[in-house]
Design a protein around this ligand. Sequence first.
Ligand code: GAL
Length: 409
Amino acid sequence: MKTYTLAALLASVALPGMAMAEELEVTHWWTSGGEAAAVAEFAKAFDATGNKWVDGAIAGGGDTARPVMISRITGGDPMGATQFNHGQQALELVEAGLMLDLTEIAERDHWRDFIYPPSLLDSCTVDGRIYCVPVNIHSPEWLWLSNKAYADAGIPVPTNWSEFVASAPALEAAGKLPLALGNQPWQSNLAFGAIAVAIGGLDLWKSINIDKNMEAAAGPEMLKVFEAAAEARALAANSTVQDWNQATNLVLTGEAGGQIMGDWAQGEFSIAGKVAGVDYTCLPGLGVNEYISTGGDAFYFPKLDDPAKEAAQLELASVMISQQAQVAFNLKKGSLPIRGDIDLSAANDCMKKGLEILAAGNVVPSGDQVWSPDTQTQVEDLMVEFFKSPDMTPADAQARWVEILSANI
Ligand code: GAL
């Protein structure tokens, strides 16, 4: 007969009122200084429940991390929770029945009453069931400017994209890199997307990305966007860094004039003790069209076939969407919260600009929410080639871009 030690028996019995502490491995790609400081707020909040956050940070950005996450889940080595962007990145995993259904707690806690914009929860919903908890809104359409670089160059800080482009000669004369851009593929695509919303405008963006109007995609207005992207290419020609936060650091230190990057760049400014409006200037919509797209992050929970672990997963989802965690995490992350019923008086000037744009409803879905991951990858590859090939004309790039989109609508 098998004998059990008293400790083993006690460990197997959850006494009334004493929830058993569970460890959950959480995978994400937040490895920069600001990102790590932000995700630590989620870990702290989850640990405070008596459970244990086991951090599974994966370096190299989303393009590197997501294939690792997906292969672990499909390969029978699932983590407790994992980050994906708002949109379709986990759709096949959900459709394969591998992800935990959160609908019960979402309805119990009335998520739909406070998550804003509602499209964030729609992005978690498959066949009427909810499979993720949205945790932030990150908008890529920002131009971050170094007040120091402009002071060193003896010229005023630009207030919009065209002033920024015009400032390049003075920046270069002062030994500054006009535009910092890293070599990760998504960075070129992010820069292009920000320019598209800013220069092309909201109607053109919606016509192409929502209505899938390929005539508009091939039209003269969109050619102007590619021409503006070619200007950005020239301004970033001498940028040799790899990761986005290395490019942000060039702006932080005043070595570069500006960077087109999502508002997660704020996490880097914040952790370096830089003050919005004093050390750096932020131009949403590149100072042209103050719209933001609802990019950002959500957490999904692979099925673990373990009731105690599942209870901990549901508890983690509730922690991430809680008012306290939303404030603590987003203030460090530089992102906007997914709920409007919290106190963000500690938000800095740039975050306040984002909150005003959000409150005004000047939002568009993110690229991840309107195109498949495969289409996104093809467009990213084209944009990397375009930004690295001065001999690729705006018209050539536009033709290839239309070809990719047309084959995926
Ligand atoms: C994005 C993510 C952000 C940010 C960025 C750079 O996909 O939504 O949270 O961290 O990657 O890593």
